[in-house]
Design a binder for this molecule. Structure first.
Ligand SMILES: [Zn+2]
Length: 352
């Protein structure tokens, strides 16, 4: 089995993390492309197109997860994408924050809908290509039959986490609820808080997650991306029985975010694949090459760029699985579970 040459993961992951950190609410650092230009001139002469493209590409990294190298290339080749070309000319004529945002949006839309791109390209051209072209063994997804390159599957997940970090709702330092807190009374209140999703009534979510999901679905639709839920709520009583039979230990069915009503599995249609039919895209962990390929879906690319803005976060091993757990949500959920565990995470005293 072929193995890739050692990857400069620490460097690239640190870079990716730095890029992602720039997407938070912290004030953006000075734009290196612009600080070299005196900012005092009242009306600077319009930059020549090549210089402006360079400034935009490297000065936009705090406002998009698209890598500077990708932005630079698309701006250089902007004639091939009329929407990008038009937005670029508007910035050139009038370099306002609104016009820059519109240009970034056009670039993001182009990335999402391009048949040649994958969410893995958010890692930058070198690392993205390496993961995409790697000769994966069918069993390289961690768990179950052992594949020869499972460690690379872990590296892939770690690298992607640097771009678009997880916030696992059921198992992480920022969990909304922890396994040891899920007593029977807590489960009763959680199940009582499930609500059907308008337009996708067969699926339910915790009442706090429904609105943000609808807002996200609408924003995606405005970008030409249809979010379709394949699976959401799962009854924990049934999940407990199924856990024993699960081949995928990462699913942790007995205390899953699906059981909390805080997870969705999305259909991931892929360009060139069978159209529209979610059933044609089994959300399976095997073969691994297929799991990697799922990241070419416009749905997955759009989610990586935008989902966190709606409180939804990825699970890197499963491209289809997303969880609602925005900062501060644990306190909101615990308030709902009134009389449950403390926000500090101590389990409740056992009932007498
Ligand atoms: Zn799932």
């Amino acid at each position: 089995m072929r193995r890739p040459a050692p990857l400069p993961i620490p460097l690239l992951t640190a870079l990716a993390a730095a890029l992602a950190a720039g997407c938070s609410s912290a004030p953006p650092p000075p734009d290196p492309g612009l600080t070299r230009t005196p900012a005092t001139a009242s009306a600077p002469a319009p930059a020549d197109a090549a210089t402006l493209a360079e400034r935009l590409a490297y000065g936009s990294r705090t406002r998009t997860k698209l890598p500077p190298a990708y932005l630079h290339e698309r701006l250089r080749e902007r004639a091939a994408t009329p929407a990008v070309d038009a937005a670029f000319e508007r910035v050139r004529a009038d370099d306002t924050p609104a016009n820059r945002s519109a240009l970034l949006h056009a670039l993001e839309r182009g990335f999402v809908h391009a048949e040649t791109t994958s969410s893995l390209d958010l890692l930058g051209p070198e690392l993205g290509q390496r993961f995409r072209s790697f000769n994966w063994h069918d069993d390289d997804y961690p768990g179950g039959p052992v594949g020869p390159n499972e460690h690379w599957a872990g590296t892939l997940a770690d690298a992607l986490d640097g771009v678009s970090p997880e916030r696992r709702a059921n198992r992480s330092a920022v969990a909304a609820l922890r396994r040891e807190e899920a007593t029977e009374p807590i489960w009763e209140r959680l199940l009582a808080a499930w609500r059907p999703i308008p337009g996708e009534e067969g699926h339910r979510l915790n009442r706090h997650a429904v609105g943000p999901y609808l807002a996200m679905r609408e924003a995606a639709a405005a970008d030409g991306v249809e979010l379709v839920i394949v699976s959401a709520h799962r009854d924990p009583r049934r999940a407990r029985a199924n856990a024993a039979r699960a081949a995928n230990p990462f699913a942790v069915a007995s205390f899953s975010s699906h059981a909390l009503g805080l997870a969705i599995d999305l259909a991931l249609p892929i360009p060139g694949g069978p159209a529209g039919d979610a059933a044609a895209f089994p959300l399976s962990t095997r073969p691994m090459a297929r799991v990697v390929d799922m990241r070419r879906s416009p749905v997955h690319k759009w989610m990586h760029l935008h989902a966190s803005g709606f409180g939804w976060y990825p699970y890197q091993h499963e491209p289809w699985h997303w969880e609602y757990n925005p900062p501060g949500f644990r306190a909101v959920l615990l308030e709902d579970l009134g009389g449950g565990p403390s926000p500090r995470g101590a389990p409740p005293a056992s009932p007498g």
